[in-house]
Design a protein around this ligand. Structure first.
Ligand code: FAD
Ligand code: UQ1
Length: 416
């Protein structure tokens, strides 16, 4: 067994940013990450809409991970936190003093009957959530010539809860451009009972769907796709799960998601099935030398890269304190952000905390559709991600927010 001071499992947004922050540890820090390629997933919304190329979302993992750390190119298959051990796919065991779990969220496409077959075989079915299928979205949109274009939201927590509707707004705009909008029904079938979890932005999005003549069906959960008959079957969550079929001419599916299976089978998770961390400190609730980060955790905020950025700053500070023998400090307020793209030139930039209180960076109302926030999302965020966050120097925009509002609003204190 090899041994490291800090072992990071998962080298995605959170794992890579943390490894960069810990670069002073040199080879005393290792990252377990199986994938050759690192993906900037937030740009997939624009890839699906044909606005950006897929290549802009990918870099080799070797280039993105800091040179200083050890990259273990394998997957974790078993966690033994009582003995500070992680078992790898190769059968080797790795031991650590401190563990950071940043394995992301698992895409459970297989839980919707017929969905994988449809994604593989039906040119009208696409999904921005997977690198294999995000390129299909724009191809499928180009083939639409009327009928039903359906967009789904599953009955589980997901990453970037805005993404299932962002692609719908971009598609609706595209249908207008290609002249097929008049003969196309744009339909949003969501398992939720609201368009968005925070009222301020939900009110704004409600106006967008009304203005754009988009049909929203709440409490509709996709359970089956019969692509031979171009039928999507939904169960109505508020009507005894009664099944209703929808004919589709285009289908964008967001899969159910859950914590990775390896973690579900480990002692690290809580009853809800997520890595069991303190919501203010990110320290594990049972194993004090373990920290959790990002989409795989129990943190009760919306799962986004923006949230991960804010969490990285908190985790770094608390890990150093715990390494010194001090206690972790409650610092994370649940900050998360979702750039709700509403067209190829506009965006509603939602930012909020655990209470759903808006925490907006810019000194004007971000619930308004704006070109500035679109440009931030499309051009500035990728630069921040590759050049600052992946180098360990982006903890989210809190500093800018405070600077821009200096003297206007006092920052809220975290109350535990
Ligand atoms: P990830 O970045 O997903 O990384 C997890 C890593 O763990 C992966 O590299 C994976 O290979 C690795 N892993 C998995 N299993 C194992 C294993 N057994 N052993 C070792 N490693 C393993 N966020 C925003 O902030 N703004 C947006 O606009 C936005 N839009 C999005 C649009 C789409 C279509 C998608 C898919 C996501 C979007 N997100 C957005 C969400 C954002 O990408 C994620 O929230 C963020 O990447 C989470 O970081 P993470 O480190 O928790 O997980
Ligand atoms: C952000 O910090 C971030 O991480 C790099 C994102 O990930 C892609 C985002 O989408 C957003 C919106 C933020 C928040 C940053 C600002 C400047 C509002």
């Amino acid at each position: 067994t090899s041994k490291y001071k800090v072992l990071v499992v998962g080298g995605g947004s959170g794992g890579c940013a943390m490894a960069a922050k810990l670069s002073a540890l040199g080879k005393d820090c290792a990252v377990v990450e199986p994938s050759d390629m690192h993906y900037y997933q937030p740009i997939w919304t624009l890839v699906g809409a044909g606005v950006k190329g897929f290549q802009s979302s990918v870099k080799p993992t070797r280039q993105v991970l800091p040179q200083s750390c050890e990259w273990i190119q394998d997957k974790a298959v078993k966690f033994d936190p009582q003995n500070n051990l992680v078992e790898l796919g190769s059968g080797e065991k790795v031991s650590y003093d401190y563990l950071i779990v940043a394995m992301g969220i698992q895409l459970d496409y297989g839980k919707v009957k017929g969905l994988i077959d449809a994604l593989e075989e039906d040119p009208a079915v696409a999904s921005n959530y997977h690198f294999k299928w995000v390129n299909k979205t724009f191809q499928a949109l180009q083939q639409v010539n009327g009928g039903n274009a359906i967009f789904t939201f599953p009955n589980t927590p997901i990453k970037c809860a805005g993404a299932p509707q962002k692609i719908m707004y971009l598609a609706e705009e595209y249908f207008r451009m290609t002249g097929v909008r008049d003969k196309t029904n744009v339909i949003y079938n969501s398992s939720l009972g609201v368009i968005f979890g925070v009222k301020k932005y939900a009110d704004a999005l409600q106006k967008v769907v009304e203005k754009r003549n988009i049909k929203v069906n709440y409490k509709h959960n996709l359970v089956e796709v019969d692509h031979k008959n171009r039928t999507a079957i939904f169960e109505k969550l508020d009507d005894n799960n009664k099944q209703v079929p929808f004919q589709y001419d285009f289908l964008h599916a967001t899969p159910p998601m859950s914590c990775p299976d390896v973690l579900k089978q480990s002692p690290l998770i809580n009853d809800g099935g997520w890595v069991d961390v303190n919501k203010y400190t990110l320290q594990h609730n049972k194993f004090p030398n373990v920290f959790g980060l990002g989409d795989c955790t129990s943190l009760p905020t919306s799962k986004t890269g923006a949230a991960v950025a804010a969490q990285c700053g908190v985790l770094h500070k608390n890990l150093l304190q715990v390494m010194k023998g001090d206690c972790a400090t409650p610092l994370y307020d649940g900050y998360t952000s979702c750039p709700l793209i509403t067209s190829k030139s506009t965006c509603i930039l939602a930012e909020f905390d655990y209470d759903g209180t808006p925490l907006e960076t810019l000194p004007f109302n971000q619930a308004k559709e704006m070109n500035l926030t679109y440009n931030m999302k499309a051009y500035i965020m990728p630069e921040i991600y590759w050049k600052i966050m992946m180098k360990g120097r982006w903890n989210g925009p809190a500093t800018f927010r405070k600077m821009l509002r200096l003297g206007l609003i006092r920052s809220k204190k975290i109350e535990v």
